[in-house]
Ligand binder design. Structure first.
Ligand code: 5GP
Ligand code: ZN
Length: 112
């Protein structure tokens, strides 16, 4: 059993609403959505954050899955945002690399 929340979701130990998966990555709905569409895309392998992501192919697979999910959710044409929070100032609350895919409404900029 892993202590990492998202590793436990990858392992199926904690339920999640999966929306897509590949050999390298999975995508599932955020438990507390901040927009009509709010999906998290993560590598299956544990990686702490973007800062220490050391596998370009894996990172590419996560980014490509984020784009695929946007198309699948019908927000690719209206527009969407992909963001990864890193560390304390970035607002990262789960220490397993994840890309947020947000859309379905006009998103404010800059972030707070
Ligand atoms: P962060 O704050 O690290 O950028 O993003 C972590 C995200 O994970 C948050 O948006 C939060 O709502 C989501 N989250 C936290 N716990 C769970 C969970 O158990 N299941 C799912 N699906 N999302 C979670
Ligand atoms: Zn993990």
């Amino acid at each position: 059993m892993s202590a990492c929340l998202f590793c436990r979701i990858v392992a199926g130990e904690i339920p999640a609403q999966l929306v897509a998966e590949t050999p390298e990555a999975i995508a599932f709905r955020d438990i507390a959505p901040k927009a009509p569409v709010h999906i998290l895309v993560i590598p299956r392998r544990h990686v702490d954050s973007l800062t220490v992501a050391d596998d370009a192919a894996e990172l590419g697979a996560v980014a490509q899955l984020a784009a695929r999910v946007a198309v699948q959710e019908g927000i690719a044409t209206s527009g969407y945002r992909v963001v990864t929070n890193v560390g304390e100032d970035g607002g990262q609350s789960v220490g397993h690399l994840h890309f947020h895919v947000l859309g379905g409404r006009a998103l404010g900029w800059p972030p707070g």
